[in-house]
Design a protein around this ligand. Sequence first.
Ligand SMILES: NC(=O)c1ccc[n+]([C@@H]2O[C@H](COP(=O)([O-])OP(=O)(O)OC[C@H]3O[C@@H](n4cnc5c(N)ncnc54)[C@H](OP(=O)(O)O)[C@@H]3O)[C@@H](O)[C@H]2O)c1
Length: 324
Amino acid sequence: MHAWLCENPVGAEALTWKELPTPAPQSGEVLVEIKAASLNFPDLLIVQNKYQMKPALPFVPGSEFAGVVQAVGDGVQHLRPGQRIACLSGTGGFGTHVVVNARACVPLTDGFTMVDAAAFIMTYATSHHALVDRAGLRSGETVLVLGAAGGVGTAAIQIAKTVGAKVIAAASTDDKCALCKTLGADHTINYSIQNLRETLKALTGGNGPDVVCDPVGGDFAEPAFRSIAWRGRYLVVGFAAGPIPALPWNLALLKGASIVGVFWGDYARREPASNVAMMAELAQWYGEGKIKPVINATMPMSELKAAYAHMGTRGVKGKLVMVN
Ligand SMILES: NC(=O)c1ccc[n+]([C@@H]2O[C@H](COP(=O)([O-])OP(=O)(O)OC[C@H]3O[C@@H](n4cnc5c(N)ncnc54)[C@H](OP(=O)(O)O)[C@@H]3O)[C@@H](O)[C@H]2O)c1
């Protein structure tokens, strides 16, 4: 097997493509031939030693992939060789093969393409948990999605439309805003050139959005919170911009509003039955054509460093998927 190895966590440029011994699955594990693996923002952070999870060195990055089971270890009941699966493993995806815990693998239905499956779990699970579970988003409410053309953002637009909400998508370029429109966003705001607060006021008749989905943080968090509606819910999803915003607490008092933390990974660990039900609903919506990953591009696995550079410079619209 071959894989991109991180021996020195100083960024993607230090990754090396190496031949490694193909491991045999131990009890409870499976060996998977990787067909497609998508980039998620944590993949950028983990190779810089900036992610909350710090794997022992050396490690193979790649949080999420889809592939075909090659061999199963003792005690694995729900998977067999030849089966197509998707997996969110945290690491190991950017290679040709990987051994993972069988419980992290989800068998794929026939309709799921490998590319879509590799780009599905993290972003859709995060956005569904955020909007539906944490915010209790209701049909007819208005949601503002920041960083709306990113992986989490595009999933959030589709999920919010599926539950019947009105979507205001905010992003940094006209191209990104145009993509959000094609996904069903009712309005867009290019926050590089439009004033966020003034535009939100105009688009919502002065009320502001009921829910703000924020995977970006940085400079737009405070103006977005200041714009929120009475009883609004502000979803703290991530900090792609870098700085972690701080808010004066009186703003929450004045709007009767809530600041709501979103940590899908821990939700899945702590509330597994609810997470399984949520994933089943997402798979059903995919089958019904209500949601579908936005694939910016598929690239050969050999071009991983270029894919990392594209994501790190805010160039990606939707998801980048590496294929073998
Ligand atoms: N809480 C959870 O459970 C959870 C789960 C998964 C991911 N996350 C987090 O969610 C965030 C988004 O992840 P993603 O996979 O959707 O990433 P992504 O596809 O790269 O999207 C992030 C968006 O953030 C905006 N952005 C603003 N400043 C940026 C900068 N300096 N560098 C990069 N992007 C910047 C960009 O939109 P514009 O150019 O339009 O501003 C970009 O489209 C990340 O912080 C990630 O860690 C959280």
